[in-house]
Design a protein around this ligand. Structure first.
Ligand SMILES: [Zn+2]
Length: 122
């Protein structure tokens, strides 16, 4: 397969940067919501149910934030590979990753066969 053109690289870089900004925004929101809490400020007694609800809500945000955080790392790694000039090459077998795959998922670090093998190991 032909190497990616500069134009293609720039396009992927832009998409990755946009996704990164989006994820950073989501992370900020999720963390802000957990930190600021809700309407309990100033109330002297917080009942048990309230506490349970809050804990559940915090857990939910945490799971979301964790997912976003993990994707952010993957997106950042792809941006680093663009900088390093190794973008579009599978990190396992070092073969070029199919363009269609990169278009569907610009942060892809592995070609499809390697990704499938990797997921089976998990
Ligand atoms: Zn591979």
């Amino acid at each position: 397969m032909a190497k990616l053109t500069t134009q293609q690289l720039e396009q992927f870089q832009q998409r990755l940067q946009a996704r990164k900004r989006e994820l950073m925004g989501e992370l900020d929101d999720a963390q802000a919501e957990v930190l600021t809490g809700t309407d309990t400020v100033g109330r002297e007694v917080i009942d048990q149910k309230d506490l349970a609800d809050r804990a559940e809500e915090a857990n939910l945000h945490e799971a979301e934030a964790e997912r976003d955080h993990r994707e952010l790392l993957v997106v950042q790694a792809a941006l680093n590979r663009i900088e390093a000039g190794t973008y579009g090459v599978c990190i396992d077998c070092e073969e070029p990753i199919a363009l269609a795959r990169l278009e569907a998922w610009p942060a892809a670090a592995r070609c499809l066969p390697c990704q499938e093998a990797h997921e089976q190991q998990l």
